[in-house]
Design a protein around this ligand. Sequence first.
Ligand code: BGC
Length: 724
Amino acid sequence: MNLIDKLLARMTLDEKLGQLNMATAGQAVTGPVRDDPATEAIRAGKVGALLNLWGREATARYQKLAVEETRLAIPLLFGADVLHGHRTTFPIPLAEAGLFDPQTWERTARAAAVEAAADGIALTFAPMLDIARDPRWGRIAEGPGEDPLVGALFAEAKVRGFQGGDLAAPTSIAATAKHFCAGGAAIAGLEYGAVDVSERTLREVYLPPFRAAVEAGCAAIMPAFNSVAGIPMTSNAPLLRDCLRRELGFDGMIVSDYDAIAELPIHGVAADLAEAAALALKAGVDMDMVSGVYHACLPEALARGLVGLDDIDAAVRRVLTLKRRLGLFDDPYRHVSASSQVARPEVARPAKELAADVARRAITLLTNRGVLPLAADLRRIAVIGPLADAPAEMLGPWSLAGEGSRCVTILQGLRAALPHCEITFAAGVSAKGHEEGEIAAASDLCAKAELVILCVGETADMSGEASSRAAPGLPGRQRALAEAVLGVGVPVVAVISSGRPLMIAWLAERAHALVATWFLGDAAGHAVADVLTGRFNPTGRLAVTWPREVGQIPIFHAARAAARPADPAEPFSSKYIDLPVEPLFSFGHGLSYARVTLRNLRAARNEFFRRDRIELKIDVVNQSTTATEETIFLFAHDLAASSARPLLELKSWAKVALAPREARTVALALPAESLCCLNENFKPVLEPGEFDIFVGLSADRKSLLTTRLRALAGPAPRDGDAAT
Ligand code: BGC
């Protein structure tokens, strides 16, 4: 008998249910509080895991109770949200996604894992993989943006980064892919709201990141709070059991979201908590986060015949298996003292340097009418706005162990970078309040300056969970401040801090430059200064389409054709009569200080079979004297398929570094397999016929180069045959 069988054979029902119970330890509150650090409950073997508790001493203290004072000495699992760094805070995931760089995505997860593991954390509730196309939804900040391919590569990289090669290694933590599934499609962007998407959209858009996470060996998965087509994800047997477990082959642990099992009766699918517990367990949820319902009500569910002992045993087995894989049975303290080198400078320094590097690479230059980089002879700059000197806001949402006091503010960063400049500062207004503020005084400072850096946007708590915004513009009196500053007549660089695209078309039109800085974490201020001064040539690209107005939402590059495409001259066409259909900024948009043109997209062969590799080439010219790194996107459109295909589907991208004036031919290779679509039975097939391939620096259709290829029906060439 192996360890787990032996334990199972000895466990009472109460001890088994204890293993399924994740209690709060009260350090970071991320939902309604249910109970206190359950010291007595741990001693009694009624707790298997603790939520959002970290720190060597704190975790060791609780672990000691479990391993020294319980009958079976089963170690506790410490789980916490490590969304974008642990002690060191990296940019929020939406910003990091804009690097389009899987290696970096992995490195930041690795660095976070090292710090989290040294703090006793064994399980993180990350990566968050909700594809999101609605910036009203505050959680768009936490994930990889709107595109399923980006989401899938992000998932893989994050799982590899958190888990390392071996879950039992002292610096590895188990990843939890969340929130399964489709939470980003909440109706009207309303948090916790219902979702109703077609099976095709579910499979084409929302599942790919989770499939990738499972294939990368992700240890755990968290079902979403929302329902999909009327079935809450916490009890969604078709999606959790049939799709995730059977079809995708996931055999790890499923941990509910916070209190989600207790919320099943409120959804209206369970008459009481015993039914709720049974529904969740039967659907495949192994661990109950915080609600306590499994522990309290599964005995009754068992007595009523709603579940069997084998259902409970299966869940316990998965929880214990994860603990074993994490090495907890060998060392319940997970070598915490050995791996706590995080406090030592040689470990802390790389994380800090990485945070600084990623922060500047994540900044997206949205517009620039010649004012950036800042002229070297500028002597008087006014820095205005409530986000200019707001250290804690730079952390963004979901920073549990991050410290606002460590963050460099934009004002501090600029002052350090421009010692010869006189930099005046006024917040002008508060970030969210409606009080009058000191707008006039701020305008006076602007009038005396040669240039204004206007730092506006959201506070950290305005995105993330429970932060849906029906009107995601500049909050409070910030627009009044911005209008006053723009009215002074001095050039204005608008620097936007936010967890989502904000509806600021008016500002984009009037400011001389617009820079999206998202929430950049510890190194925010230096990163912004590096970009504004031109010490760093911006590389961030939008992982999400930026709408003009709320009325365009949801808006994303992979829309399907309307049979009457938008035509301003044609009344009966698919358009708004009061707004353009185009977004303010397309997916992939982001300027650099170089001027780069793409030309001459060509394919080595215009016909291909499913097993081929399609070889494409494009000439790229840097027409400027600035070295640059560009991201070249490749989209495809299947012209006639069994179901209408999106007009643009992202299939790959390449990052290209170009020296000043460099001209280069860039090869882009694409497995023909990636042009498959799902047939009517949702199986991937390559349908013969024509495909348009588009290549460009963003999804802006006007700027894309195109070439047409043809997929041929079999016979597939022999393995190893190339299409070139
Ligand atoms: C969130 C999860 C998070 C959990 C634990 C919930 O409210 O939806 O994403 O992992 O709290 O903090």
